[in-house]
Ligand binder design. Structure first.
Ligand code: OSB
Ligand code: MG
Length: 370
């Protein structure tokens, strides 16, 4: 397939409500929409880098640079066959997974539109709807947190994840557990603890949590293994699993009992599927994480989460949990059984609203085939 042009659109979108994690508080989400034009078709992909290097070293700025200088030239110089061919072509670009994943997503969208198949079909997904939960940011007090959780539970979310950090952990989680004794509940520390300071988290082990996500350093596999040995509750790795190889390390040494899969962090949907397959054959449960995606990235996550190894609810909430106005015409809604329907149209199955896109655009650049 010939790629005629690549358009990078730097977006800044207001969130429906501020989102705070152990690495910071945001009121707006930045990102880069990738538009590929190919033989009369248009494919979209979302690069999930944000403004600041809090979750990852990648930012909208680094991704823009890598996309423009290194990835676009490799894609515009010769026809691309599929996602695997794309990965081979960019294998000499070290790291920068968010940048690569955004382009790979747009390639899948094109492949689907060419063949009339949905991304779900292309990836081998089976379910028509997937179980989802909601990720709740840090609040100013346990009372406010319980209030926020209650709102989401009333909206129909049956699985809730709360963000924690030192000083906002045990009391907050206990308050939610007390208010909702049978809720599926999990916590996410985004690397805010060391092996030493994580000893303070021990009371969480009595709260019947689904999992404790990424308590220790983002590049750590070894200390998580020590921590998992101390906890009954499953440790889940997010930040640390950046390639299928890291998933294998974690499985082999017992660093965790659950893995969070995000296509952006892993460098593309193809890599996400590879981690899924590896985990499935090793009996390691996985679930689909989120990066506060727009409708474009959310569509891809829903297709991915419909694969059989995704046995825990994903961080894939309804569109209105993230944005009052999204860049896709399609809005994802929560079904009464805490599921969201997987898009069935060709490719990602979503269409971009040009007016919404224009309203949120900070900068745009189109790179053409020579
Ligand atoms: O660690 O899972 C995370 C959002 C941005 C960056 C990292 C994370 C998150 C979330 C929100 O927890 C998940 C979502 O609903 O998109
Ligand atoms: Mg996480």
């Amino acid at each position: 397939m010939r790629i005629d042009s690549i358009t990078l659109t730097h977006l800044r979108m207001p969130l429906a409500s501020a989102f705070e994690t152990s690495f910071g508080r945001i009121t707006h989400r930045e990102g880069i929409l990738i538009t590929l034009r190919s033989e009369g078709l248009i494919g979209y992909g979302e690069c999930v880098a944000d403004r600041d290097p809090g979750y990852s070293y990648e930012t909208t700025g680094t991704a823009w640079h890598i996309l423009k200088e290194f990835i676009a030239p490799r894609l515009l110089s010769a026809d691309v066959i599929d996602a695997f061919d794309f990965q081979k072509r960019v294998s000499d670009v070290r790291g920068h997974h968010f940048a690569k994943a955004g382009v790979e997503m747009a390639i899948w969208d094109l492949l689907g539109k060419r063949s009339g198949k949905s991304l779900q079909q292309l990836l081998g997904g089976t379910r028509r709807r997937v179980e989802v939960g909601v990720s709740v940011g840090l609040q100013t007090s346990p009372e406010r947190l319980v209030q926020q959780v209650a709102e989401y539970v009333n909206q129909g979310y049956r699985r809730v994840k709360i963000k924690i950090k030192p000083g906002r952990d045990v009391a907050d989680t206990m308050a939610v557990r007390k208010a909702f004794p049978s809720l599926s509940l999990q916590v996410d520390a985004n690397s805010a603890y060391t092996l030493q300071s994580s000893a303070t988290l021990k009371p969480l082990d009595e709260l019947d949590l689904l999992l404790i996500e990424q308590p220790l350093h983002e590049d750590d596999i070894w200390d998580h293994r020590k921590l998992q040995a101390e906890f009954k509750t499953a440790i889940c790795l997010d930040e640390s699993i950046v390639t299928p190889r890291h998933a294998r390390y974690a499985i082999e040494i017992g660093a965790c009992r659950i893995i969070n899969i995000k296509p952006g962090r892993l460098g593309g949907l193809s890599q996400a599927v590879a981690v899924h397959d590896l985990c499935r054959s090793n009996g390691m449960p996985v679930w689909c994480g989120g990066m506060l995606e727009t409708g474009v990235g959310r569509a891809a996550n829903l297709a991915l989460a419909s694969l059989p190894g995704f046995v825990l609810p994903g961080d894939i909430s309804a569109s209105n949990r993230y944005y009052l106005r999204d860049i896709t015409f399609e809005q994802f809604v929560l079904n009464p059984d805490s599921t969201i329907d997987v898009p069935a149209g060709p490719g990602l199955g979503v269409t971009v609203d040009p007016e919404a896109l224009a309203a949120f655009t900070l900068a745009e650049m189109r790179l053409k085939r020579a």
